[in-house]
Design a protein around this ligand. Structure first.
Ligand code: HEC
Length: 143
């Protein structure tokens, strides 16, 4: 999908803070020790990766497989990052998108995501089991 490819191509050049994240969706995206916290990953897997996978499905513009992907800019803004938009959309109930096959968030899932997003979507240093962003997690999101 053109939008997803374009955002991948921009990774590493759109950052002006000197800490370019690794490209989202590559098998070694977590090699720098930046992963989703386990509780957050569990919710994303259950309710977001349905569409925000690699390649994205059901019209979603990007993958959310790796923590690095949350640091990319949104598809329509030069300043707003994906995690910041996620905070807005999860809080308002706009995501998970209407008609999602995996349904809406439970109150607990929503609280888990918002607690993490409100705190700035900080990475965990250790990968969880089966983290698609872990160095040895394999080819689940490889091209
Ligand atoms: C049924 C498919 C589906 C599911 C499930 C889903 N999304 Fe989305 N998502 C979309 C679509 C379609 C869009 C584009 C619509 C839009 O931006 O108005 C989108 C857009 C987004 C965006 C904006 C990206 C950008 O660059 O503008 C964010 C952030 C987002 N989703 C986060 C989430 C999160 C977090 C979850 C889980 C809580 C989730 N989504 C679950 C389909 C989905």
């Amino acid at each position: 999908m053109a939008v997803a490819l374009a955002s991948l191509a921009l990774t590493g050049t759109a950052c002006d803070d000197g800490s370019s994240p690794p490209a989202a969706g590559t098998p070694d995206a977590g090699a720098t020790g930046q992963f989703y916290p386990c509780d957050v990953l569990a919710v994303l897997r259950a309710k977001c990766h349905t569409c925000h996978t690699m390649p994205p499905r059901n019209g979603a513009p990007m993958s959310l497989l790796t923590w690095a992907a949350t640091q990319n800019l949104t598809s329509d803004s030069a300043t707003v990052k994906v995690w910041q938009r996620a905070r807005e959309y999860v809080s308002s109930g706009y995501m998970p998108y209407m008609g999602s096959p995996t349904g809406p968030l439970t109150a607990t899932e929503k609280a888990t995501l918002l607690a993490w997003l409100d705190a700035g979507a900080q990475p965990a240093a250790q990968a969880c089991a089966d983290d698609p962003g872990a160095p040895d997690a394999g080819a689940s999101d490889a091209p």
